[in-house]
Write a protein that binds this ligand. Structure first.
Ligand SMILES: O=C(O)c1cc(=O)[nH]c(=O)n1[C@@H]1O[C@H](COP(=O)(O)O)[C@@H](O)[C@H]1O
Length: 271
């Protein structure tokens, strides 16, 4: 999917919501556990109930890898279901990969070719030759971790190196990578006060913003400082939406939570 197609969807749906499909078998409704593939059945019900309210879904691969081959099959079925039924939706494999060049190419093939995701999250720590293999894929997006939502972000990311914070170096340096037009960045919603500085460095890039909902990030604050001329934000909520209820009405409850966020986004887009 191209960035322009994503922007078109945002305006059409009046939403820049991304729903995180972080499926934990201990948290899903008990009646699903009797089915052959509870993870996929859960995702399918969530997708069926919420696809009109969001522009992206983000399965975090940890939640699938934790269940071995069965989990990976559930991930595969989920992305196929999305691509077949909702090809207009932007898909994010949240895998936080990155390695030496030839290994990164294999990671990129796994997520872009085999599973046909639109994007993958990548850690920038190993530098240019670990990121460029992902950027080489046409109409695919590499979402680089810039300033993450967790407390540990302050261990390294905000520390200065040659007088500049590491997350700013990540943003500035990666702008010079080959095919950098395919880059997006992760910036946590819990770090709203940093968005104005970030926009000075990457005024037009899309930012994937996790941390609204369960982690306490504030949507209004993020939008105030983080929105670009072309919206440029994908706001993710995982637990805050998908675990709204663990009864038989779980999908409706998730849709209700998603609708609340979508409505706030619609109001913000009108301003
Ligand atoms: O890359 C991510 O998506 C990510 C980066 C970050 O800085 N913080 C963060 O929470 N995430 C992911 O975003 C999701 C947040 O989930 P909730 O806190 O349940 O909404 C999880 O899948 C996290 O792994």
């Amino acid at each position: 999917m191209t960035t322009q197609q994503l922007i078109t969807q945002i305006h059409k749906k009046k939403s820049f919501l991304c729903i995180g499909l972080d499926v934990d078998l201990n948290k899903i409704p008990h009646h699903l556990l009797e089915l052959e593939d509870p993870i996929f059945e859960f995702n399918k019900a969530i997708i069926d109930a919420t696809h009109h309210l969001c522009v992206a879904y983000k399965p975090n691969t940890a939640f699938y890898e934790a269940y071995g081959i069965k989990g990976w099959q559930s991930l595969e079925k989920t992305i196929h279901y999305l691509n077949q039924n909702h090809p207009e939706i932007f898909t994010i494999a949240d895998a936080k990969r990155g390695d030496i060049g030839n290994t990164s190419t294999m990671y990129a093939k796994a997520f872009f070719e085999d599973l046909a995701f639109d994007s993958v999250t990548v850690a920038p720590y190993m530098g240019k030759d670990s990121v460029e293999p992902f950027l080489a894929f046409k109409e695919k997006h590499t979402i680089l971790l810039a300033l993450t939502s967790n407390a540990g972000a302050f261990d390294f990311q905000t520390k200065a190196l040659d007088g500049k914070e590491l997350y700013k170096l990540v943003l500035e340096t990666s702008k010079n990578y080959k095919n950098s037009e395919n880059l997006m960045y992760v910036v946590g919603a819990t770090k709203a006060e940093y968005f104005a500085d970030i926009r000075k460095i990457v005024p037009n890039s899309f930012l994937l913003v996790p941390g609204v909902g369960a982690q306490g990030g504030n949507l209004q604050e993020v939008c105030k400082y983080g929105m670009s001329d072309h919206v440029g934000l994908l706001i993710n909520s995982s637990r805050g939406i998908i675990y709204a209820s663990n009864e038989t009405n779980f999908a409706d409850a998730a849709a209700h939570k998603a609708k609340e966020l979508q409505h706030q986004m619609e109001v913000i887009l009108k301003r």
